[in-house]
Design a protein around this ligand. Structure first.
Ligand code: FAQ
Length: 334
């Protein structure tokens, strides 16, 4: 039977126009669904691959306190990946398929995680600049048009702001230390500044997805608008910290009420996005090894679930009676 799509499309457009949420049960255009799968999955992959550059330093933390903080942060990132994979699954695709797409190079992850972390200072710089950029990009996504994505972002943003503060606090501690420590902070900021600006994506003129994603309320601001917001937010923080941002063109523009700044190296950006950054091969090899090593856990969990089904027990080993509470009630009656 042919379903008339026109009223469905009208209802979808009215929801978008009214700034309401589209929910998984609602009809949506196939391209809207595919755009969300692309963006939310790539966001999830970024969180999971993003555990690697900092995870690299957990065993070499300079103190127990720093180690506990870093462990918690990297665990948060795993959690963010899981919320986002769950949100993507509501669009009718499995997490396993998404992971396969990542490993086969069919889906991307953020360019920033293809740069190396050369000292513990980079943990601070990632917190300050990378989480700072992530917050700028993600706070507006709390109002994205797709319900499960927006709700995941609310929780993620709360955690990201702690991440940003821990990075800033680490760098501030080092800036109050020795000349050598201050030089380490400056060197790290010099390396991460431009890649952090690239996180917002290509300039609006070279961004094929922005116009449609804005029209659908998936994105609320363009790449360049968010990059500008990040620069304006970061300059006073750099001043308070006592570091110089490595951009000779960076200056306040009174007329615009915003900072002018230089152009990132977009050839470098596209090279990294296409797989030729300093750490792309290493990051993917590590992710694939973790996926392959985890196969037995997934298989065991699936076999357990299948067996539990066949004997009427759930994954926690409870029988149907225990789940419905009949057994407890009977016990209470004794
Ligand atoms: N890296 O047309 P647009 C984090 C691709 S935060 C790699 O402008 P769109 C937290 C883009 O996918 C990082 N690829 O695309 C954390 C597209 O290719 P496609 C993750 C990029 O989607 C902190 C093509 O270029 N955050 O993980 C990048 O409208 C610390 C054309 O680009 C998010 O994912 C890039 N930087 O705008 C974790 C936020 N930029 O897919 C650990 C959600 C663009 O057509 C430690 N995502 N491309 O093959 C977004 O807001 C958007 O997807 C953009 C890109 C703004 C990233």
């Amino acid at each position: 039977m042919q379903v008339d799509q026109a009223p469905l499309e009208e209802a979808f457009e009215a929801t978008i126009a009214g700034n309401d949420r589209i929910e998984p049960r609602d009809w949506m255009p196939e391209k809207y669904r595919q755009t969300l799968i692309r963006q939310v999955a790539q966001h999830a992959h970024s969180e999971i691959i993003g555990m690697q550059p900092e995870g690299n330093w957990i065993t070499r933390a300079p103190s127990l306190r720093r180690k506990a903080v870093l462990l918690a942060k990297v665990q948060d990132e795993a959690g963010h990946g899981l919320y986002l994979y769950s949100a993507t699954e509501t669009l009718g695709i499995s997490r396993d398929e998404l992971t396969r797409r990542l490993i086969e190079g069919k889906q991307k992850y953020s360019s920033i995680f293809n740069y190396p972390t050369l000292s513990y200072t980079d943990v601070g710089t990632i917190g300050w600049l990378v989480d700072g950029a992530a917050i700028c990009n993600q706070v507006p996504l709390c109002r994205t048009s797709y319900g499960p994505y927006g709700r995941a972002m609310i929780r993620i943003c709360k955690e990201e702001s702690f991440h940003q503060r821990q990075g800033y606090e680490l760098l501030m501690t080092m800036m109050r230390g020795t000349d050598e420590q201050r030089a380490m902070v400056q060197e790290s900021v010099d390396r991460f500044w431009w890649p952090a600006l690239m996180m917002f994506g290509p300039p609006d003129g070279d961004s094929p997805n922005t116009a449609q994603s804005m029209a659908w309320g998936i994105k609320r601001h363009t790449n360049d608008e968010l990059r500008q917001r990040f620069v304006d937010m970061t300059v006073p923080q750099a001043k308070a910290l006592g570091v110089t941002l490595p951009d000779p063109e960076l200056q306040w523009n009174e007329e615009r009420g915003a900072h002018d700044f230089g152009e990132p190296d977009w050839d470098e950006f596209w090279a990294v996005v296409k797989g030729n950054g300093p750490c792309n091969a290493q990051r993917m090899a590590h992710r694939k090894a973790a996926y392959d090593d985890g196969a037995w856990v997934r298989e065991a969990a699936m076999a357990f679930a299948a067996r539990a089904d066949s004997v009427g027990r759930d994954a926690e080993g409870r029988s149907g009676e225990e789940r419905t509470g009949t057994k407890a009630q009977e016990a209470g009656n004794d």
